[in-house]
Design a protein around this ligand. Structure first.
Ligand SMILES: NC(=O)C1=CN([C@@H]2O[C@H](COP(=O)(O)OP(=O)(O)OC[C@H]3O[C@@H](n4cnc5c(N)ncnc54)[C@H](O)[C@@H]3O)[C@@H](O)[C@H]2O)C=CC1
Ligand SMILES: O=C(O)CCC(=O)C(=O)O
Ligand SMILES: [Mg+2]
Length: 388
């Protein structure tokens, strides 16, 4: 499996060298806000569109990803099999192809996610500088996964300077600094455009307020830099203020990004009662930073949520420094798979696996190197299975 992925990664690098320079063009289609049901139960029904097959199982798309992706995906597969989770995996490859001069992910992958309406994704590596656009972003854009939900919670038994971290970050997921609209003005001068639209801002902000209500957090805080990016972040902030009026039971305020970073690393616990919502790049950076507060990237899950389908993945990347060595901590992808099961309404299995994970971590006997243990990825997965 690992060999297969290495071949795919090499093919992608070769492809990268041949690919013509592309602009990452956003779709400017007006997005109709569909609203979210007020209870988590109803929300799941509204958003998860997958169907059980005649064998009583859901089909779920699996993108194993690069680097540590296949290793941590194997842990999820093993634990799901042991826990008898009623799903079947449909593995797809997202290595981009050049079709009519454009970089595209394979149609089979797009069809699979569209058909199943839910996917679990390992990390996908992005070449630095020249090369294909991030496949992670391409997937988010292709399926209009407008909200990236990134919870970050302390793990019982793993000691960090703060024991009670419970942060909720919502990152705008389709535009902002990640729009990839870049061009050379003259030699030595390049321009990169941060795109902020009313439509994308409003839908993620509404999502954040609804999410706060659904998970019982009383406050939403917009994180911004509208002092400097007066028009772009200014628009995001003014829409946040507008949207807040539709949620009178949720307190709203705003904070500058740099100050938020200082305060969160000094003491994150005053942020526990808030959902933080922000433009794309700020959410990217803040979520890695927050992972550092609870024990690292091996522990933080995420969900890319759209109206038609959703893709769940860890916050971390392909970790090339430890790939292929059996050292990766699969907890982040496992917790992402639990978010996925909750989203699908498969809650009993989700609860059972989550308890087994937390028990294994709290026992501290069979944990991976990032948490100070000696266990290999597969040994940790085996310990979780024993705790099921
Ligand atoms: N959503 C995605 O698929 C993402 C993809 N990437 C891509 O991943 C590649 C590598 O990026 P990096 O900056 O190195 O970030 P990274 O997140 O892959 O790794 C950062 C550090 O965290 C460690 N780490 C990450 N996940 C871990 C795990 N599960 N267990 C133990 N340790 C773990 C790594 O060993 C490394 O020291 C790049 O090509 C980047 O574009 C980066 C972030 C997200
Ligand atoms: O797509 C990439 O290469 C990076 C994405 C990323 O850092 C993230 O989603 O947090
Ligand atoms: Mg990131």
């Amino acid at each position: 499996m690992l060999v297969g992925r290495c071949v795919a990664a090499t093919a992608r690098q070769q492809f990268t060298r041949q690919a013509p320079r592309q602009l990452y063009r956003p779709a400017f289609a007006q997005v109709q806000w569909k609203g979210y049901a007020t209870t988590p139960e109803a929300e799941k029904v509204a958003k998860f569109k997958g169907q059980k097959g005649s064998d009583g199982k859901y089909m779920v798309t699996l993108i194993e990803g690069d680097g540590i992706g296949p290793e941590i995906s194997q842990s999820v597969k093993d634990i799901f099999t042991a826990a008898d989770v009623p799903i079947k995996w449909e593995s797809v490859d997202v290595t981009p192809r050049l079709i009519d001069g454009k970089t595209s992910i394979p149609q089979e992958a797009i069809d699979s996610v569209t058909r199943n309406s839910v996917a679990l994704k390992g990390p996908l590596a992005t070449p630095i500088g020249k090369g294909h656009v991030s496949l992670n972003l391409t997937l988010r854009r292709t399926f209009n996964l407008f909200a990236n939900v990134r919870p970050c919670k302390s793990i019982a038994g793993y000691k960090t300077p703060y024991n009670n971290v419970d942060l909720s970050l919502i990152r705008e997921n389709t535009e902002g600094e990640y729009s990839g609209i870049e061009h050379v003005v003259v030699d030595g001068v390049v321009q990169s455009i941060k795109l902020i639209t009313r439509a994308a801002s409003e839908r993620v902000l509404r999502f954040a307020f609804q999410y706060a209500q659904d998970i019982g957090k009383p406050k939403v805080r917009a994180v911004h830099k509208a002092t400097i990016m007066k028009m772009s972040d200014g628009l995001f902030l003014s829409i946040a203020r507008e949207v807040s009026k539709d949620f009178p039971n949720v307190e709203f305020d705003a904070e500058l990004l740099d100050n938020a970073c200082l305060k969160i690393v000094s003491d994150p616990t005053p942020y526990n009662d808030k959902v933080l919502v922000m433009p794309n790049l700020y959410g990217d950076i803040l979520s890695d930073m927050c992972a550092g507060l609870i024990g690292g990237l091996g522990l933080t899950p995420s969900g890319n949520i759209g109206d038609e389908c959703s893709i769940f993945e860890a916050v971390h990347g392909s970790a090339p420094d430890i790939a292929g060595k059996g050292l990766a901590n699969p907890t982040a992808l496992l917790l992402s798979s639990i978010m996925m099961l909750q989203h699908m309404g498969v809650t009993q299995h989700a609860d059972r696996i989550r308890e087994a994970i937390f028990k294994t971590l709290a026992e501290g006997r069979t944990i991976t190197g990032d948490l100070g243990g000696k266990a290999k990825t597969a040994e940790y997965a085996e310990a979780v299975i024993k705790n099921l």
